[in-house]
Design a protein around this ligand. Structure first.
Ligand code: SF4
Ligand code: SF4
Length: 471
């Protein structure tokens, strides 16, 4: 069914996407992938990159299927906290289709901006549209008027800041021999490739525990990740589709070649590589599943290794964006002898805390309510699943009568696997000079520049505190 005529301009294409493509080619020159030379481009439709084509096809498919019924906006948890008019979800979804066609719509733009990836909308759509992807494309469409060179610069700047943060924080916490465990080694016939993504190395104890647990389970794995195997989400978010596509495509190929199955740690990478970058109707060859779900699938192997009793009352900090992950984490925690699991019954929103950044007051409320619910339930540990949530929540341990941990720490405790959470210990100091003094040996031995370390600690450690500490 097609509920709208093809827009004028490029046949079978939205004018906004066409305009974005034209700007990407600059109407002047672009490096030809086949010739490897800078060549003038006359027709962006003919010479569009594969990723551009994928995005264009997906946009056309959405425009053909979506009836603006509004069901996705109705089930979405974000319009209300964003202050959008929830009385007419149809108007919001019609606005999104307008954005894809190049027509501005303030409310729809705001909805696309605050989409946190919760994913309630995906099974709700009666017409087989993935509204999460639809909003991602709408975000790109709203940037069509920005020259590609500026979008590319924004992507590079964000990527540079991210790699600097990962490099400094990982070296502050791990010596080179430990960091080498995350280097891209070839393993003989790995069963799986463990894809770290980039940012988990800011809290490296979490990634180390994941490897330790797989070692104990006898899983043959290869590790891949870091900036050289990026998922492309920063470039995509900046609207630089050619770079996002090139980066994601290369990573998909490398992951697919490394092992029959890839295990993702980060929900952003999982969505970007399997949902956003995947060409519709075409098999990328990548079988990627969240690591936490993989662990739960192999609970029969893991359970006998959970030997030690962990006498803790545990609440889970959950995000639903990657389906099945909170349930898998709960199943694993409930398999730990002695552990008393408590459902904190909090709203489940987004796929990681950092996706809630466009609504800071909403996020503060969620964090405050989560901490209060944990205290009221008498937990001794509040366990998160993802690294970004841990960075934002861990220092609250100072002010509350329970510890704030990653759930793998509890799994490790039951297996006699311990990796100290240096990130939390440093962050709780809440003083950049004290953190630098404590980290002096690591700064010297890893050759870090002290001013750079100071900048990163201020921005990526102390600066990531959505809900201020209580004192
Ligand atoms: S993914 Fe979530 S936040 Fe985004 S549109 Fe769907 S329900 Fe709303
Ligand atoms: S994406 Fe699906 S649920 Fe949302 S408005 Fe379109 S048809 Fe309805």
């Amino acid at each position: 069914m097609k509920n709208s005529p093809d827009p004028p301009g490029l046949p079978g294409s939205s004018p906004n996407i066409a305009r974005a493509l034209k700007m990407e080619t600059g109407g002047v020159t672009r490096r030809s992938r086949s010739a490897g030379l800078l060549q003038p481009l006359e027709d962006p439709l003919v010479d569009a990159t594969a990723f551009d084509q994928t995005m264009r096809l997906r946009t056309e498919d959405i425009l053909a299927r979506c009836t603006s019924c509004g069901v996705c906006a109705e089930v979405c948890p974000m319009p209300a906290p964003a202050g959008l008019d929830t009385a007419s979800p149809q108007a919001l979804t019609a606005g999104i289709l307008g954005l894809l066609r190049g027509t501005p719509h303030a409310g729809a733009s705001r909805w696309a901006e605050v989409c946190s990836g919760t994913g309630h909308c995906i099974p709700a759509c009666p017409h087989g549209v993935n509204p999460r992807s639809m909003l991602a494309l709408a975000r790109v469409a709203t940037q069509a008027a920005i020259p590609l060179s500026d979008r590319r610069q924004t992507g590079f700047t964000r990527f540079g800041a991210m790699t600097k943060g990962v490099r400094v924080l990982s070296r502050l916490q791990l010596p080179p021999d430990m960091l080498a465990r995350f280097a891209d080694h070839q393993e003989p016939e790995p069963e799986v490739v463990f894809y770290t993504g980039c940012n988990v190395l800011k809290t490296p104890h979490i990634a180390l525990l994941a490897l330790d647990i797989m070692d104990a389970m006898g899983i043959r794995y290869q590790v891949m990740g870091g900036p050289s195997a990026c998922c492309g989400v920063l470039q995509f978010g900046a609207g630089d589709l050619p770079t996002a596509g090139r980066v994601a495509g290369r990573t998909i190929d490398r992951l697919a070649a490394a092992a029959p199955r890839a295990l993702s740690w980060c929900p952003t990478c999982q969505v970007q590589l399997t949902e956003v970058a995947a060409a519709p109707g075409r098999d990328s060859g990548l079988d990627m599943v969240p690591f936490v779900r993989f662990l739960a699938e192999h609970l029969d192997v893991l359970r006998p290794l959970l030997r030690r009793r962990v006498e803790k009352r545990v609440g889970l900090h959950e995000h639903p964006g990657n389906p099945g992950v909170p349930e898998a984490a709960k199943a694993i925690l409930c398999a730990i002898p002695g552990l008393d699991f408590v459902d904190l019954e909090q709203p489940r929103v987004g796929y990681m805390c950092n996706k809630l950044a466009p609504l800071p007051a909403f996020k503060q409320d969620l964090h405050r309510n989560q901490l209060q619910a944990a205290a009221a339930a008498g937990v001794t540990a509040l366990a998160g699943i993802y690294h970004a949530c841990h960075r934002e929540l861990c220092s609250h341990e100072r002010d509350w009568p329970f510890e704030v941990v990653n759930f793998l720490e509890l799994v490790g405790e039951s297996m006699d696997l311990h990796r100290p959470d240096l990130f939390k210990r440093l962050k709780i100091m809440q003083d950049v000079d004290a953190i630098l003094a404590d980290s002096a040996p690591a700064i010297v031995s890893s050759g870090l520049d002290i001013d750079e370390a100071r900048d990163v600690i201020l921005r990526d450690m102390l600066g990531e505190q959505p809900l201020p500490l209580r004192s």
